[in-house]
Ligand binder design. Structure first.
Ligand code: AMP
Ligand code: MG
Length: 396
């Protein structure tokens, strides 16, 4: 294999983001649109509200008549058009969401009225707002409501439904092949023999891929041999946009992934990141297929996916992933002996507004991560962050 290509974390992010290429578009039904990234702007085809609408159950009338006994001339249910104009001394009983009849300029909520004889009501007094939502006060026909590159949230689905955008154009989801490498691995449904462990990375990655809006494609465990890895990479290339290999990227005699990737025509853009955990991370490109060689240790795999692969997958789909960072206090001082790398530390919440580092005694300590709710970054050159300092927490 060629020489090790060491890169700083921010360079690694820049390198992968610059390579991300769009996997194309497709139309999906509304019930499949959630979590997808829009590939078109969505404009309103209607005004909202489409007519002057009552905000209350009550009586629509003229404000100048509020002191009078009002004759009820009609009952207007939501979904029905008013039939009569409200004149002097008159009102129409109206339901929330129904169109306000012509002539009326306010709606008295039912709780501010009392009966005043057969078919008549009276305003009992107090401050009275119009209680009319004006036509187009929320949305004007032609307004662009959602933009290309936005992620479809449940709220955005409501907008799509409102404007009848029932088959929005979205980015195709990248297909992400996953292969776990290692002769020591058995699948989770097997009892590990001596010297074996269960493959957890492939399943962890599956969840992370799904949560990032991409499509996972599990290709099984590959052995630590050149032929085995060669076969796995060959299979992955033919059916995916992105390949994730776990393990086989560090300094051991059987860590063959970078070499086999190069033999398969991948150009390695880096093979080490100055980051902890996850230093031996490899990124290779072959035409429009991208391969990440992730460190085998589950904590490293998890963190590198979060900080490198996930932003890359989103970028492919045209989504500018900017995690919502929360500034929170450190409940306990964090210290480290060496400060030559950026270190991403899993943290858990303490009380309402503080976090502490999750204790884990090495990158293999995967159960420690189940308590983690966020990551903080200790920049290279910093050995200690004092208790009470405010740190930026990236939720996971
Ligand atoms: P490697 O990067 O292949 O040297 O693996 C580093 C460590 O991670 C070793 O202790 C492996 O046993 C462990 N490991 C590798 N792959 C997996 C996996 N798929 N699931 C759980 N642990 C793994
Ligand atoms: Mg291995």
């Amino acid at each position: 294999m060629s020489e090790t290509l060491l890169t700083l974390f921010e360079e690694a992010i820049r390198t992968v983001q610059a390579r991300a290429c769009f996997p194309g578009t497709e139309r999906v039904n509304l019930d499949e649109a959630g979590g997808r990234i829009l590939a078109e702007d969505i404009a309103a085809d209607v005004d909202m509200p489409p007519f002057d609408k009552s905000a209350m159950d009550g009586y629509a009338c003229r404000r100048t008549d509020l002191a009078d006994v009002l004759m009820v001339i009609e009952t207007i249910a939501a979904g029905r058009e008013p039939e009569r104009r409200v004149g002097a001394g008159e009102c129409s009983q109206i339901m929330t969401g129904a169109g306000v009849p012509p002539g009326a300029d306010c709606v008295i909520p039912v709780e501010l009225t009392e009966p005043a004889g057969e078919g008549k009501v009276r305003f009992v007094g107090g401050e009275l707002r119009d209680n009319i939502c004006r036509r187009a006060e929320d949305i004007r026909k032609g307004d662009v409501l959602l933009r290309r590159g936005e992620r479809v949230t449940p709220q955005a689905v409501a907008v799509l439904a409102t404007v009848g955008a029932v088959t929005p154009l979205v980015a195709r989801r990248p297909r992400v092949a996953v292969t776990a490498t290692g002769d020591e691995l058995v699948e989770p449904d097997k009892k590990p023999g001596p010297a074996q462990i269960r493959n957890s990375n492939a399943y962890q990655l599956h969840e992370q891929i799904v949560n990032s809006g991409a499509v996972p494609l599990y290709l099984g465990i590959a052995p630590d041999t050149e032929e085995g890895l060669d076969r796995a990479i060959g299979a992955a290339v033919s059916q995916s946009d992105v390949i994730l290999l776990s393990g086989g990227v560090s300094m051991g005699k059987f860590d063959l992934v970078p070499g086999v990737l190069e033999e398969n025509g991948f150009k390695l853009l880096f093979s080490k990141i100055a980051v902890k955990p996850g230093m031996p991370t490899v990124f290779g490109v072959r035409d429009r297929v991208f391969c990440f060689g992730l460190p085998g240790n589950p904590v490293s795999t998890f963190v590198i996916f979060e900080i490198i692969v996930k932003p890359f997958l989103y970028k492919m789909m045209g989504y500018d992933y900017r995690p919502f960072v929360a500034p929170l206090r450190l409940a306990e001082t964090v210290r480290r002996r060496k400060s030559d790398r950026d270190q991403w530390m899993p943290v858990e919440r303490v009380g309402g507004d503080a976090v502490r580092a999750v204790e884990y005694h090495g990158s293999a300590h995967l159960n420690a991560l189940t308590q983690a709710e966020g990551l903080i970054c200790i920049p290279r050159g910093t050995a200690q962050i004092e208790k009470g300092s405010v740190v930026d927490v990236r939720p996971i």
